[in-house]
Ligand binder design. Structure first.
Ligand SMILES: [Zn+2]
Length: 287
């Protein structure tokens, strides 16, 4: 079973009003002010999944600054998942600075079937991941509903790119140690955080932490799959693409061309995600 843990879908109305939201939401502007940055609907994602042979995709929202935009776009994620329950898993967005409204939205999304919160961006949304006053109520609500949290991550070195941001390994590590029980996925290989797992205390802190491979083709040489598997173990790595930024086939080809044993590839491509999402064969068939 192939599971893509990192895709984005948005409602058609948002795509149509793109110019308006570029002006009104800092995150929207960061991600979509460039006309070539594609936005896809659920149906476009499904067509691309069929072409690439992907069974299931996690559809992520984005870290909008406006809580209102989070709610409106969550509606689309929840609706899409209810229309395609065997193909899509939904992650919703909140603005943690919205306080009680953010907690109420976590409750609403969990009850409507969301499996996680993400892809949040503390740098653009303007909150501190390690600040317990803001984050404890949010984390408690996620723990209560057994939700997974997915955050964008940024490399502190290397080339600049659109949307890179500043959620670097030190920031992620402070969050991980502040909230060790939360199931966390650090996108884009955690901005390089797994390299520090050669320090024993860091390995220990990763008990509930996973890393996705979204946008790898733009960031690292293909050897990253073997190197990271050696350091953190292939059971910590989740295949993710960042569709529609990248076609799924490009990341699949990277994994397949790596020198990893087949069982490691199988874990990365879907088995780890299946376990994390508690999705067995029965839920796949929708019965
Ligand atoms: Zn990201």
């Amino acid at each position: 079973m192939i599971i893509d843990f990192h895709t984005h879908i948005f409602p058609p109305w948002l795509r149509e009003r793109r110019d308006e939201y570029v002006k009104s939401d800092l995150c929207f502007s960061l991600l979509y002010s460039q006309p070539k940055a594609r936005m896809a609907t659920a149906e476009e994602l499904l067509a691309s999944m069929d072409e690439a042979g992907i069974d299931l995709s996690v559809v992520l929202n984005a870290g909008w600054v406006s809580q209102e935009l989070c709610v409106k776009t969550n509606d689309y994620i929840l609706d899409s998942v209810s229309r395609y329950p065997t193909r899509l898993v939904g992650f919703c967005a909140i603005q943690p600075r919205a306080g009680d409204a953010a907690i109420a939205e976590i409750e609403r999304c969990a009850k409507a079937g969301a499996k996680g919160i993400g892809e949040l961006r503390s740098d653009v949304q303007g909150f501190d991941l390690a600040d317990k006053a803001t984050m404890k109520p949010v984390v408690d609500a996620m723990l209560k509903h057994n939700l997974i949290f997915l955050t964008h991550s940024s490399e502190p070195v290397g080339h600049e790119y659109f949307g890179k941001g500043s959620i670097t390994p030190d920031i992620l590590y402070s969050f991980i140690t502040a909230f060790p029980n939360l199931k966390l996925v650090c996108a884009h290989w955690g901005g390089g955080l797994p390299f520090y797992a050669l320090m024993p205390e860091v390995t220990k802190a990763f008990a509930n932490v996973f890393f996705d491979t979204a946008a790898t083709v733009f960031l690292y040489k293909p050897e990253i799959f073997e190197q990271m598997s050696r350091i953190i173990g292939s059971d910590k790595i989740l295949f993710g693409t960042d569709y529609p930024l990248i076609h799924q086939n490009r990341v699949i080809a990277q994994v397949q061309s790596s020198q990893l044993p087949e069982e490691d590839k199988a874990r990365i491509m879907g088995a780890n995600a299946q376990k994390l999402l508690c999705r067995d064969a029965r839920s796949k068939s929708g019965t």
